[in-house]
Each structure stands twice: as C-alpha cells, then as structure tokens.
Design a protein around this ligand. Structure first.
Ligand SMILES: C[S@@+](CC[C@H](N)C(=O)[O-])C[C@H]1O[C@@H](n2cnc3c(N)ncnc32)[C@H](O)[C@@H]1O
Length: 382
C-alpha cells in the first residue's frame, strides 16, 4: 500500500483573539466582533440574560452586577474587553446625572474590574467603551475627561469615533466608541477625519487637558460603501401586521406639530407608497408640556430606545393610494434595524423584544470597528 504524505506547509495555528463582553444585553456586540472568540459575558438583567443564553448557549454568562465581579472570578486573559455601559444618565433626553449617576456609574464597576485584572497581569491590550454621544458633554465634559484619564493612567492610548448606524442600516443611531490600546497599535490619522471624527468629538477632544491630549490618537477607519437599504425593506408585509383602526390612527396623527403634519400631508399627496417612522415625545410648547408625534419620511427609522412606559415605542406610518395607516414597529423589525439576522431568537413579548433591541449596539457598526481597527491592531504588537 502506498501512503501519500502531504508535504505542503501547514500554516501556523493562530488562535482567535478573545473578547469579553460586558453589559452584554442580548450579545449584539459579540455578533459583530467577527474573528474574535467571545470568552465570557456579563449582564445584570434577568430578561437580557435569558435572551443572551438562548442565542449564545456556549458562551459563559455571568449574570451579576459588574461591581460584584473580581479578576479571580474570570479565567484567562482577554485580548479585548467591550463595555456598552448604561447610558440613561448620559442621554441628552435624561436628567444627565452623568457617570456619577446610579445607572451610568456602572461604568466604574467595569473599570475597577479592569484595574483588578491589570494587577493580576491580565488586563486586555484593547478596551472599547460604547455609549451615547451625550458622554462627550455630560458634566460639562468632565465625564469624558474622567474616562480618558482613567484609561491613560492605566497606560492606554485613547481615541474615539462617533459612528451612526444610519451609514449601514435604515436607523439613525449615532453612538460614541472610545477605543483604548496598550501594547498594540491600530491605524491612525494625524487629525480628525469625517465621518467618524464628528465636530462634537473634535470639540470634546479640544476640551481635554493637555496631559490627556498627549495620549490621544485619531483612529483611522474607512467609511462604508453607500447604504442601499431603506426602512421599507425591513418591514413585515402589510398583511402580516396589526394596523390601528381609524379612530386610533386619527388620534395618533392629531399629535403632530405643524412641521410634522406638513411632512405627512406631503407624503400622502405624493400618491405613491410612502413609508415613515414616528415617535411620540413630550415637548414643551409655550411653557406647557405636550405629547407630540414626530414623523420622518427619509427612509430611516429614528433611534430605537427602551420602551419605558410605552411612550418611546416607534410607529410605522404608511401613506398609500390616498390612505394613511399607522401601527407599532414590531420587535422583529427592530432587530432588523439593529442588523440582527432572522435566526436570532427574540423574547416572546413584544415589550421585551423592543427593550432588548432598543438598548443594543448595531451589529454592522461593531463589525466595521472590528474589521477595520480592532483585529488589525491585535495583529500588530508595538
Ligand atoms: C446599553 S445596554 C447594552 C446592551 C448590549 N450592548 C447589547 O447589544 O444588547 C446596557 C446593559 O447593561 C446592563 N447593566 C446595567 N447595569 C449593570 C450592572 N451594574 N452590572 C452589569 N450589567 C449592567 C443592562 O442590563 C443592559 O443590558
């Protein structure tokens, strides 16, 4: 018998870099971290934890307050720690208690853990902190400076990108990604470059003390090709969803302020099918708080939010053949607006599904960061 020996060189085995996902929610950051192995995840919320386990059964999930975790609980050494810490105290719509607030202050629980890992010689070379752009200006910029100062004190170089999911998906969702690296180097540019180094990011950078600016880097990331998906492409067929009856539609549309009513009238007068998205918001007009429906017909949904009390749920408004119909956005449609594929299992209740998606990070945005900046950096030690 002849034994054939394959003499072709065998490529060296290079294990995937390992990412740990904090404030993991339904695990959407991990879905976008292509090329990484998710070593473990953490979230405090029981509903989120159930959704995470259902969709990522092989990933160890620590369902706990991040403040209760210590380095001794977590085995191994990650290459990347991802933290999508809560944003309620930082969002422009909120009271803005900032990173000192009870919810957004969980960031410091995460940071204490990184310092604990560092003391054990296991801190990651890359840290990504995802949050709302309100972090750039909360507490007059002091919160952003405090995060940068913590990273710099631990020896990281720091930069940030403001990335709007609308470049990939039909949802307006600007988010801030602070990317810190130590011992590895991602691609950089000498100064701010559109679209990811926004004017408000550049202004926040300029407000940082000189000592922090010396450790600042402008990460280089190419803009994606033009998006070719609009809101109507992610919606269920008309016959598969529940539409409001005439009375409820009328009551909803009556909440439009004149500018938004004019948009609706233009869409209805067009004659062809026009798909819009709407949010109910409380606005102050002439010193009085009033409920308003804000509509857009630009092919995008507004930023998905946590449906607190039902008022921040998004509506779909369709003008067709002189008829105007309205309904709620569904959980599955919200998942599509986050770039989540159809195989992803959503919680049974619509409220839970919308909360899961409204809190999450858009998958293609994470993928762009991962492909263009994070994985390249981890293959280039400095
Ligand atoms: C903005 S969401 C991030 C969601 C996630 N990136 C995703 O894609 O689904 C913040 C998450 O932090 C979790 N969280 C809030 N406080 C926490 C704490 N003290 N410890 C651990 N997780 C916490 C919340 O349950 C929520 O899922």
């Amino acid at each position: 018998m002849t034994i054939r020996v394959d003499t072709a060189p065998v490529p060296p085995f290079t294990p995937s870099p390992v990412a740990w996902e904090f404030f993991a929610g339904g695990g959407l950051a991990g879905l976008g971290l292509d090329g990484f192995r998710i070593g473990l995840a953490n979230d405090i919320d029981a509903m989120k934890a159930a959704a995470f386990r259902a969709n990522h059964p092989a990933i160890p999930l620590y369902e706990a307050d991040v403040w209760t975790l210590s380095a001794a609980d977590l085995p191994g050494r990650p290459d990347l720690c991802w933290a999508s810490s809560p944003c309620q105290d930082l969002s422009l719509a909120g009271a803005r208690a900032g990173l000192g607030g009870v919810r957004s202050g969980a960031f410091w629980g995460f940071w204490r853990l990184i310092l604990d890992l560092d003391a054990a010689g296991r801190a990651p070379p890359v840290v990504v902190i995802e949050n709302v752009a309100g972090l750039l200006t909360s507490a007059g910029g002091a919160d952003f400076a405090a995060v940068c100062a913590a990273l710099v004190a631990a020896g990281y170089r720091v930069g940030a990108l403001e990335m709007d999911a609308a470049l990939w998906l039909p949802q307006s969702r600007p988010r801030l990604f602070i990317v810190a690296m130590r011992g590895v180097a991602g691609p950089t540019v000498p100064g701010p470059v559109a679209p990811f180094h926004s004017a408000r990011l550049a202004a926040a950078h300029d407000r940082l003390p000189e000592t922090l600016r010396r450790s600042w880097v402008w990460w280089s990331l190419a803009a994606p090709a033009r998006r070719n998906l609009d809101l109507s492409a992610v919606l269920e067929p008309d016959a598969a969803v529940d539409w409001f009856d005439a009375g409820r539609t009328e009551a909803l549309l009556a909440l439009c302020a004149p500018l938004h009513r004019a948009r609706l009238d233009r869409a209805a007068a067009d004659g062809s099918r026009q798909v819009g998205a709407g949010y109910r918001r409380v606005r102050t007009e002439a010193g009085r708080k009033v409920q308003r429906l804000e509509l857009r017909f630009d092919g995008l949904a507004g930023c998905l939010r946590t449906p607190a009390g039902g008022s921040s749920r998004q509506y779909v408004v369709v003008c067709d053949d002189g008829r105007i119909r309205a309904r709620r956005l569904t959980g599955r449609e919200a998942a599509r607006l986050m770039g989540v594929d159809e195989a992803y299992g959503l919680p049974a209740g619509e409220g839970a599904a919308l909360k899961l998606m409204g809190d999450a990070v858009a998958v293609p945005v994470v993928r762009a960061l991962s492909d263009g900046l994070l994985r390249p950096a981890l293959s280039v030690p400095t």
